[in-house]
Design a protein around this ligand. Structure first.
Ligand code: NIG
Ligand code: FE
Length: 412
């Protein structure tokens, strides 16, 4: 490069760059840092003193960050944010003594959100979901996973996945769409369980996959939902289609879900409050990420903790996510989930930071390009009026980031 040649699109300088460490022990901090962006990618991240030229010659647009902290954009790797209506009425019932499983068996719970979601028009569904997605962005999130599972018929599941795609386009962010047909048994199949499971596995999954709507497959493996044998059938089919799998596993009881998911090289086993040592060993062996969802733990007033120490000692990557959903986790802030992960699950703030960046990226199969401030990674950044990364987990309800960058473009 000749002196004076403008090479990058943007140079962010005079900042403190904070990258996660994969082992969750502390942070990789660069003081007086600069970040170069070309197109949608980071092309330089290091100390200002290592810049190849004077700052003004490195890039077309210069941004003095006045000492602010820069992190990778946060990644919410487990949400159900596309749905219609809400379940504040069940919140009141639970406070009056009813429990989640009782409400589900009485036709409430997931089934009530299914009714509202089926009844909503495409535009209503998009509009209601956009409000929640924007709340996540306002909190520093730049990449989101969204599950279907409130349609439970082919047309409504398709509409949910299409809404996830429309959200991505409307917000200019990357959204991963996950097919969660085995979320609950819809009422029209209440006497025909096998027919429902077969329809999801043999018909809907291949059809939606062929339409390009399925980035991954998930299921709810639980006494009130689907058995390990049913999930196994789903995973066999997903594997034959080349679709990655993940699982709501061992949330309310231990059906062996996390171990089953690992057996299929699942990207993540999520919740896992009731997982035992065999599950942890299988996850370590297969590189399956543990996605911790303290919002659901908190809202259900669960008392059985995920096996955090065992996961830590086995070297299983731990991600943290909101589980944003109308029933068990109406949490529209990933930083709230970070705080809960520290306070309820005793993760360290450094582990939690890794859990919403590098490990969340891995849970989505995006570890080669998201979740880190490194050359060649996507230029998804969050810029904070904070000094220390522990503040991300520490504050509750504090103002969001100063700005975020998504794919090399600044958003305020
Ligand atoms: O992740 N566990 C299953 N699915 C959601 C809850 C869905 C709902 O109650 O609407 C969860 O907790
Ligand atoms: Fe969930």
């Amino acid at each position: 490069m000749k002196t004076g040649e403008v090479r990058w699109d943007h140079l962010l300088y005079n900042c403190r760059a904070v990258d996660p460490r994969p082992d969750g022990r502390g942070y990789a901090i660069t003081e007086s840092a600069a970040i170069g962006i070309a197109g949608h990618q980071i092309v330089f991240c290091g100390s200002m003193s290592e810049l190849p030229f004077a700052a003004a010659q490195c890039a077309e647009h210069l941004h003095d960050l006045a000492g602010r902290m820069v992190t990778p954009g946060l990644i919410d790797c487990h949400t159900h944010l596309v749905f219609a209506g809400n379940r504040a009425d069940e919140f009141e019932l639970r406070l009056g003594g009813a429990d989640y499983q009782q409400i589900a068996r009485a036709g409430g719970g997931i089934a009530s959100t299914v009714r509202a979601t089926r009844a909503a028009s495409d535009d209503e569904l998009l509009a209601q979901s956009l409000v929640r997605a924007r709340a996540l962005l306002d909190d520093g999130v730049t990449c989101i996973e969204i599950k279907s599972g409130y349609g439970l018929n082919l047309d409504s599941e398709r509409r949910m996945l299409q809404t996830a795609r429309r959200l991505a386009a409307a917000l200019g962010i990357e959204v991963q769409a996950t097919f969660l047909g085995l979320h609950a048994l819809p009422p029209e199949f209440s006497e025909r369980r096998d027919a429902y499971v077969s329809a999801v596995i043999e018909d809907w999954l291949p059809a939606l996959h062929a339409e390009g709507l399925v980035d991954a497959v998930d299921a709810f493996c639980e006494g009130i939902a689907f058995s390990a044998d049913e999930v196994r059938r789903l995973f066999v089919k997903a594997r034959s289609l080349g679709v990655p799998v993940k699982l709501h596993a061992d949330q309310l009881s231990d059906l062996g879900g996390a171990a089953l998911c690992a057996e299929f090289d699942g990207r993540s086993a999520d919740h896992i409050e009731y997982s035992g040592p065999a599950a942890v060993a299988a996850m370590a062996e297969h590189g399956t990420v543990a996605v911790l969802l303290p919002g659901a733990f908190y809202c259900l007033r669960e008392t059985t903790l995920p096996p955090i120490n065992a996961l830590r000692h086995a070297g299983v990557a731990m991600a943290v996510s909101t589980d944003l959903n109308p029933g068990t986790s109406p949490v529209c802030s990933l930083r709230m989930a970070m705080n809960q992960a520290c306070t309820l699950f005793r993760l360290t703030p450094a582990e939690t930071f890794a859990g919403v960046t590098i490990h969340a990226a891995r849970a989505l199969g995006l570890a080669d390009r998201k979740g880190r401030l490194q050359c060649g990674f996507d230029a998804d950044l969050a810029i904070w009026n904070m000094n220390s990364p522990a503040e991300l987990s520490y504050w509750i309800g504090a103002p969001g980031p100063h700005s975020i960058w998504i794919a090399g473009r600044e958003r305020r």
